[in-house]
Design a protein around this ligand. Structure first.
Ligand code: BMP
Length: 258
C-alpha cells in the first residue's frame, strides 16, 4: 500500500486557513474526532464542550435547534472562547442549500454565524452560488465550508453523479472548500479533508434512518480523515470516557494507514 501523507504534511499543501488549522490541531492534539453537540440547550453544550474540549479537533453545532423561548446568542460567544482556549474549531452544520442571496442572509444575519463559526456545511444542490455567498459573507475572516457529498441516512437521494458534481464544484472553489461530509474518501487531493458522521463504536441502524459505521471502518477501510460522533458521546453515561474511546479508536485507525 502506498504511503499516505500525514495531517501535518497535508497542512503544508493546503491554502485554506481553516483546513490548515484543523490539520494542525489534529496533529498537535492527536485527535481526528469532531463532537456533534446535539444537546437541548446552549448551557448543556457549553458544559460538555469544556469537558471534552481537550480531546476533540472541532465541535459541531446546529444553532437553529435550540428552543427559541430561552435562546441566548451570547452563549455561543462563550463557546468561541472555550474553543480558542482549548484549541478546537467550531463547525456550524447549517447545511445551507438555497440560492446565494438567501444563504448570504442566513450566514451573516441569522444567528451571526459568520462571526463565530470557523466553518459551515453546505449542500451544492443549488450550484456554486452558495459558496460565493459564503465567501462574500466571510469578508476577511478565516473561514471555510464543507460540501455535503454523501449522506449517512437510509434512502437518501445522493447519486454517484451528484457526488461527482459536488467534487467538481469543490475543485473549482478549493480556496474556500475545506473538504467534504462523506461516507468514504472521494478525492486524492491532499487539501480536501474527508469528514464522516454516522459513527458509533457499534455499527448498525440508529433512529429515524441514521446508519452507523465504526471508527475503524470509516478511517481504515473507507479512508476518511475525521469522524463526527454525536449521541455516541452525549448519550453515554460518561461522556468524557466515551470521547476518549472514540478519539483513541479513530486516531489509531489513522495511524494504521500511515
Ligand atoms: P449522531 O452521531 O448522534 O447520529 O449525530 C450525527 C450528526 O451528524 C447529526 O448532527 C447529523 O445532523 C449530522 N449528519 C449526519 O448524521 N449524516 C449526514 O449525512 C450529515 C450530517 O451532517
Amino acid at each position: 500500500q502506498a504511503k499516505q501523507l500525514n495531517f501535518q504534511e497535508r497542512a503544508l499543501l493546503t491554502a485554506n486557513p481553516v483546513a490548515k488549522k484543523l490539520l494542525n490541531i489534529m496533529t498537535q492534539k492527536s485527535t481526528n474526532l469532531i463532537f456533534s453537540a446535539d444537546v437541548d440547550s446552549l448551557d448543556t453544550l457549553l458544559d460538555l464542550a469544556s469537558i471534552v474540549g481537550p480531546h476533540i479537533c472541532a465541535i459541531k453545532t446546529h444553532i437553529n435547534t435550540f428552543a427559541v423561548e430561552n435562546f441566548k446568542l451570547d452563549l455561543i460567544y462563550k463557546l468561541r472562547n472555550v474553543a480558542d482556549e482549548q484549541n478546537f474549531l467550531i463547525l456550524e452544520d447549517s447545511k445551507f442549500a438555497d440560492i446565494g442571496n438567501t444563504v448570504y442572509k442566513q450566514y451573516v444575519d441569522g444567528y451571526h454565524i459568520c462571526e463565530w463559526a470557523d466553518f459551515v456545511t453546505a449542500h451544492a444542490v443549488s450550484g456554486p452560488g452558495v459558496i460565493e455567498a459564503l465567501v462574500k459573507g466571510s469578508g476577511n475572516r478565516d473561514r471555510a465550508c464543507l460540501l455535503i457529498a454523501q449522506m449517512s441516512s437510509d434512502g437518501n437521494l445522493v447519486s454517484e453523479a451528484y457526488t461527482n458534481g459536488v467534487l467538481k464544484i469543490a475543485e473549482d472553489h478549493s480556496g474556500f472548500v475545506a473538504g467534504f461530509i462523506c461516507r468514504q474518501k472521494l478525492s486524492s487531493k491532499p487539501n480536501f479533508i474527508h469528514i464522516t458522521p454516522g459513527v458509533k463504536l457499534a455499527a448498525g441502524m440508529g433512529t429515524l434512518g441514521q446508519q452507523y459505521l465504526t471508527p475503524d471502518e470509516v478511517i481504515k477501510n473507507r479512508q476518511s480523515d475525521v469522524v463526527i460522533v454525536g449521541s455516541g458521546i452525549y448519550q453515554a453515561e460518561d461522556p468524557l470516557a466515551a470521547t476518549i474511546a472514540y478519539k483513541e479508536a479513530a486516531f489509531a485507525a489513522y495511524n494504521d494507514l500511515l
